[in-house]
Design a protein around this ligand. Structure first.
Ligand code: NAP
Length: 319
């Protein structure tokens, strides 16, 4: 007889582990499926100073580990596996992964969002060879070197400031003439002597030998192009939801986010979307954690209302 969990949570970031904490503490048989390590994208963030309870701030990796431990204290289990397909429409939901198939009465999707790419030729092959998406993870390789950051949101500003303390020179390449996001972060960057802003511009070409050597930057107003010799390029232009696996069964918005409101309910009964993967106004650790709690509460309510005649969906035979 296959084991049927009360809830399987996809993704071990702040939404996933907050959901796991509430589910397990509420007595639900709870499994979290996480691809790499607890914390999700948060684990790649250096300093988090806007999550309450940490008066000195906290690094994302540490916070992820603490969230995992907190949920496991109440019996939640973590399976490290990649989800390959899901079947969510039936009463018992099926989740197929690199480590086997799991069944559950409810599924909480907390898969988050991944860094958006520029979409340039050779970007994939240069990733990790001069092109990066996480300044706090890879910035240390560029001590006293020349780097550029693309983007003008809060992340780009914070990444640029972080890199300006390590690198010899930081170019900030932004497609507008002003930064967006919170002004509190702008001033220190504006004051940094080794930072040069390249406004109204986008990267049009990546030059390389074995690794990135330069970028060509195009001014959107004058159409002038300028080549800048670089050791590293950090792309910080927002994120895209990890929702492709659910596109056949759930309603997504035009940007690929799973449509769900503050209740975290999706278009399918017993399926909830928590954190950055769902449509919402503010994507932060604290709002993801709040979503996790709400989704757990509603999953519990849903399970209480279930009849006991649920049957297992078709099991794919092992090859
Ligand atoms: P974001 O706010 O969406 O900003 C993305 C930036 O990248 C924008 O400046 C955008 O330009 C630019 N961009 C997008 N696509 C581009 C492309 N293809 N080529 C060139 N530039 C492109 O993303 P984010 O900075 O990652 O922040 C995500 C969320 O996290 C936001 O809500 C942010 O406030 C929050 N956050 C908060 C903190 C904090 O400490 N409070 C820190 C980091 C992030 P346009 O301006 O022209 O659209």
């Amino acid at each position: 007889m296959e084991h049927i969990y009360d809830t399987v949570i996809l993704g071990g970031g702040p939404a996933g582990y907050s959901a796991a904490l509430y589910c397990a503490r509420g007595g639900l048989d709870t499994l979290i499926i996480e691809k790499i390590s607890p914390g999700g994208q948060m684990a790649l963030t250096g300093d988090i100073d806007n999550y309450p309870g940490f008066d000195e701030g906290v690094d994302g990796f540490t916070l992820g580990m603490k969230m995992q431990k907190g949920a496991e204290r109440f019996g939640a289990a973590t399976e490290y596996a990649e989800v390959t397909s899901v079947s969510l429409s039936e009463g018992i939901k099926k989740v197929e992964t690199s480590q086997g198939t799991f069944f559950a009465k409810t599924v909480i999707i907390a898969t988050g969002a991944k860094p958006r790419r520029l979409g340039l030729d050779h970007e994939d092959e240069l990733t990790g060879r001069g092109v990066h998406y996480c300044a706090h993870c890879d910035g240390r390789f560029y001590k006293d070197k020349t780097v550029a950051v693309v983007g003008g949101g809060n992340s780009a500003v914070q990444d640029s400031l972080y890199l300006s303390r390590l690198a010899k020179k930081v170019y900030v390449i932004h497609r507008r003439d002003t930064l967006r996001g919170e002004r509190i972060h702008h001033e220190p960057l504006m004051r940094a002597e080794n930072v040069e802003f390249i406004w109204n511009s986008t990267v049009s070409l990546l030059d390389f030998e074995k690794r990135l050597t330069a970028v060509t930057v195009k001014n959107k107003i004058s159409n002038e192009e300028r080549k800048i010799e670089l050791d590293g390029l950090f792309v910080s232009i927002g994120r895209e939801p990890e929702s492709a696996l659910f596109a056949d069964e759930l309603s997504l918005d035009e940007n690929g986010y799973i449509i769900a409101d503050e209740t975290t309910k999706t278009s399918l009964e017993g399926v909830f979307a928590a954190g950055d993967v769902r449509t919402k106004r503010l994507r932060q650790v604290v709002t993801a954690a709040a979503d996790g709690a709400v989704s757990a509460h509603l999953a519990e309510e849903y399970i209480q209302g279930l009849t006991s005649d649920l049957s297992l969906p078709q099991i794919t035979p092992a090859i």
